[in-house]
Design a protein around this ligand. Sequence first.
Ligand code: ADP
Length: 159
Amino acid sequence: MKTAIFPGSFDPFTLGHLDVLNSALLVFDKVIIAVGYNSTKNGFFSQQARVEMIKDATADMENVEVVCYNGMTIDLCRKMKVNFIIRGLRTTTDFELESVIAQANKQMNEKILTVFIPASSEYSFISSTVVRDVLVNGGNAKKFLPKEIDIDKYLKERE
Ligand code: ADP
């Protein structure tokens, strides 16, 4: 069974992330979505809320697991015995940043292979940052989010 880890902040999980996940499932038998915790960054949504939103969005999908983690992705890979990391690419800037991280990860563990998945044109402009900006300003971000996510419920939980 070929399994990959799809790590990220997912603050929140968007249609762009869902698109990458669907593409990854064409190649891998199972994808573990790993919600990172960054101690230097205060998340907009709590790590637990982010995990729950992804579970809402992927409830009908087989072979998707959602976990949260602290620390380095390669340590999670070792712990879960997974050698493939999925990352989505929207722009050349994404590629430049991500290729350096992929090379560093491979230096630290030569078994690790990062698999890049290009953004689909209809979702490539979507980012969690844009969604957060829309939400903070009271706008409607629903068209950027999987329909299963009741974002109003999670916004209320933040109050
Ligand atoms: P991180 O803080 O680790 O970059 P993100 O939640 O912002 O976490 O992104 C997780 C992954 O999803 C990254 O590889 C990012 O490039 C990718 N991604 C985010 N939005 C999109 C999108 N619209 N299309 C394709 N990939 C995306």
